[in-house]
Ligand binder design. Structure first.
Ligand code: MIG
Length: 801
């Protein structure tokens, strides 16, 4: 590892003075006397790309991270110069480029405040061993600056003072501060003086980020090869930075089927068939909602992917169908290692077609994984991805498997130094042939992509569902993910909370942890507390290694079973709310979970908060992550909040004690919110939705909420068959008005809303729906705070006594 990024390091080279400048459309080129070229591309008013070469020529411009759907275009581009610098101005940003050394400075174009500036700026070191350069960048940290992002790092939310490495790594039983682990997401957010910006360093080589660790006021990032190539993304709102980063690297290509947002049960391993059935039946018997059940590596014949162990699973198609009839989707694991075995079709075909990775001098990349000695498909070859995707035909079309889980795709190799491929392994890299040094961090992503493509093809007209362990920026376009092999400890519950938030602010919202912990075994209390957190994670799955005992909702005592059921039921009731948040994420790149710093960046109290987060737009949650707790202190962000359990109103901007015995947890609803709820179902689609509950929380003033629905699967929504309802609530001392605006061509199955009014400061005197006074009894008023109203109302006016 290169520890020194600094000037004292004698091998560092720097750009010299700029001698020429040219502009081609949205791209500017600045050339220095010593042949450095800085390419500046204006992607959008708030997104500018910086790319450097030290040899006067750029290599082919290719990225797995950047999506072809990324927005382009700006409202303004003006380029001027003075003696010292070039000045580039867009509608959002002003960028200076120093003529004597290429250093840059970024300003807010409206307020002229400094946002970010190079310290040494771009510099490099020649790489004798591999050729090319170790490319480096240093920037000055501004007063009071905080740092966020970087994917799955298991450390506190605020990254200031720390150094990190990006190198996708299988990390069994990692812990707090283990670095690197499974994912490489070289994107961070800086926040100072109430303004946030982001930097996405799109370089797949082993890379490093240093946030004021090596030097107190300096932030730097560097990589062991490739180009200095980064995108500067301006907010000033953090959520806009995340949305713009997600726009650049891609949103999920389609919504997940709604069932994928249900509860999933997994273990290494459920087998044989009778055991799988027993687990499934138990869920129904105990009336604990569950939508998916998993098969880990033991379902295969000797761990050969795309085969079945016929002794354990004599008739997979029948089993999958029987499970499906009971509402269970079957999800199977698929690993990258293909067993060396001439009797095995997949291996033989891969060999014949020359699809396996090879070492620099020609031999195959041979490595030991679960099946024994294996070869590994080169997923960076588009032809191999196509072949791989076709291998899913039988599993999906024939057997009826509903989702696939990609594991070990870092790639992980057993019993070797580095636990992965050696550096010299060759990759196609979509025609940009390279070594594993460059392809390592995207190998798992390309496997997940190929798997996703297969699922998409063969699940049609249903939506695909894939999961990956390894990821690079952009993987969120194809799959969901989990945080890998954690441990059943209280600290891991805290880590899971932080990791899910961090993944969400790193553009990857479809994330969850192994609930209860993968390694070792939780006690009932820890399991219950983890379920409470897990129901707020976009991907909600219990998983365990299985060698320490059972980890199903009933594996502890009946009190725990009841608590777990109660929280999973809350998850199922909140499905339309979560689905709406997912839709916003898939459309606008807005993270599903928002750390408090994203929710209220102007309040400095939020800058170091780890535990509390906003689920969707309106729900504040905070797990209890220590034993024997009767509650906890937590920070309530500014504004007024209803306690979910008691309806008591609290005022935020302060830390408060919140009661939460084991059967409870701190949950608050933002005042003014309209929260949609479905009835409790044992699995998605069990019941026809006869009525949509709208939990409505009174507020003096105005608040907007939205509810997105569609057929819960399939692609009709893309053709406009969705239903989006925007609600505007306006509360006054003695009245409440709710307006509805509807969009889309989908007709929801229910006819009415059950409007549950919380916190009304008055007794209802009369109700008008679309300007007609209606008899409250006729409206089906049930008590004084529940009204049954037609779903297509435009305005409801409730008048107090
Ligand atoms: O070397 O497939 O993270 O979820 O159960 C262990 C067995 C391989 C690691 C995964 C875990 C999975 C396990 N796998």
């Amino acid at each position: 590892m290169i520890l020194n990024t600094e000037l004292e390091y004698k091998g560092n080279l720097f750009p010299s003075n700029i001698i020429s400048y040219k502009k081609e459309g949205d791209t500017l080129f600045f050339t220095s006397q010593n042949n450095v070229v800085l390419q500046v591309t204006i992607q959008r008013d708030s997104v500018i790309r910086f790319r450097y070469t030290t040899t006067s020529i750029f290599t082919n411009d290719f990225s797995y991270a950047i999506t072809k759907y990324a927005s382009r275009g700006y409202n303004k581009l003006e380029i001027t110069e003075d003696d010292q610098k070039y000045i580039i101005e867009t509608a959002k940003l002003i960028c200076y480029i120093d003529k004597k050394d290429m250093r840059t400075k970024m300003f807010d174009s409206k307020t002229k405040e400094l946002i970010c500036e190079d310290e040494l700026g771009f510099h490099w070191e020649e790489s004798y061993e591999y050729g090319g350069e170790i490319v480096k960048m240093t920037k000055t940290s501004q007063i009071g600056e905080s740092y966020y992002g970087l994917g799955d790092k298991p450390v506190d939310i605020n990254l200031k003072g720390k150094r990190f490495e990006n190198w996708v790594t299988d990390s069994y039983a990692y812990g707090r501060d283990t670095d690197p682990i499974y994912k490489a997401i070289p994107f961070y957010i800086g926040l100072h003086h109430k303004k946030a910006y982001g930097i996405f360093f799109d370089n797949t080589f082993r890379s490093y980020f240093d946030f004021c660790n090596e030097r107190r006021n300096i932030t730097s990032f560097w990589a062991q090869g490739g180009e200095m190539n980064y995108y500067f993304i301006y907010g000033p709102e953090m959520s806009d930075v995340v949305a713009n980063y997600t726009d650049l690297t891609g949103k999920p290509h389609q919504l997940p089927p709604l069932w994928a947002l249900g509860y999933h049960q997994c273990k290494w391993s459920y087998y044989p068939e009778s055991n799988v059935k027993e687990i499934a039946n138990k869920f129904r018997e105990l009336q604990i909602p569950c939508d998916a059940i998993y098969l880990d590596i033991d379902y295969m014949e000797g761990f050969r992917c795309f085969t079945w162990n016929k002794e354990y699973f004599p008739d997979p198609k029948r089993m999958v169908k029987e499970l499906a009839d009971d509402g269970f989707k079957t999800i199977v694991i698929i690993d990258p290692g293909i067993k060396i075995d001439m009797e095995y079709d997949v291996f033989k075909e891969g060999l014949e077609k020359d699809y396996f990775c090879k070492r620099a001098d020609g031999p195959y990349m041979k490595g030991k994984v679960w099946p024994g000695e294996c070869y590994f498909p080169d997923f960076t070859n588009p032809e191999v991805r196509e072949w791989w995707s076709d291998l899913f035909k039988e599993l999906v079309e024939e057997v009826g498997v509903a989702g696939v889980w990609n594991d070990m795709n870092e790639p992980a190799v057993m019993d070797v130094p580095g636990k992965t491929f050696p550096n010299d392994v060759r990759h196609n890299y979509d025609g940009n042939h390279c070594s594993h040094r460059k392809a390592h961090n995207i190998y798992g992503m390309q496997m997940a992509r190929a798997t996703y493509q297969g699922l998409k093809k063969f699940s049609y007209p249903k939506r695909p569902f894939a999961i990956t362990r390894a990821a690079y920026s952009g993987t969120q376009r194809y799959t969901s993910s989990w945080t890998g092999d954690n441990v059943a400890t209280w600290d891991h519950l805290n880590i899971a909370n932080i990791q899910a938030q961090r993944m969400c602010m790193s553009g990857f919202s479809f994330i969850g942890s192994d609930i209860g912990g993968f390694a070792e075994q939780p006690n009932g209390e820890l399991y219950a507390r983890w379920i409470q957190l897990g129901i707020f994670h976009p991907f909600c799955r219990t998983h365990s290694s299985g060698d320490h005992g059972d980890q199903e909702p009933w594996a502890f005592d009946s009190n725990i079973t009841n608590i777990v059921r109660k929280f999973i039921e809350i998850r199922y009731q909140l499905l339309p709310y979560l689905y709406t948040a997912f839709w916003r994420y898939a459309n606008e790149g807005i993270p599903i979970l928002k750390s408090l710093v994203i929710f209220d960046q102007d309040d400095q109290h939020t800058h170091y908060r780890n535990d509390e987060f906003i689920f969707g737009e309106k729900i504040l949650a905070c797990p209890i992550a220590e034993p024997n707790a009767k509650g906890r202190r937590m920070f309530i962000p500014r504004g007024k909040w209803y306690n979910f359990w008691t309806n008591e109103i609290v005022t935020g901007g302060q830390e408060l004690w919140v009661d939460a015995d084991l059967d409870s947890m701190p949950i608050f609803i933002k005042e003014g919110a309209v929260i949609p709820k479905y009835p409790i179902q044992q699995y998605v689609g069990e019941k026809k939705i006869e009525e949509l509950v709208l939990d409505t929380y009174f507020k003096i003033g105005k608040e907007k909420s939205e509810v997105y629905e569609d057929a819960h699967d399939g692609y009709d929504y893309i053709k406009g068959r969705y239903s989006l309802r925007n609600f505007t609530l306006v509360g006054k001392e003695s009245s409440l008005t709710i307006q509805q605006f509807k969009f889309g061509k989908y007709t929801t199955p229910y006819k009415t809303f059950e409007l549950k009014l919380h916190g009304l400061p008055f007794k209802i005197d009369s109700v008008e729906v679309d300007n007609e006074k209606v008899d409250i009894k006729k409206l089906g008023s049930n008590g004084d705070n529940i009204l049954i109203v037609p779903k297509d109302f435009t305005e409801i006016h409730i008048i107090g006594k």
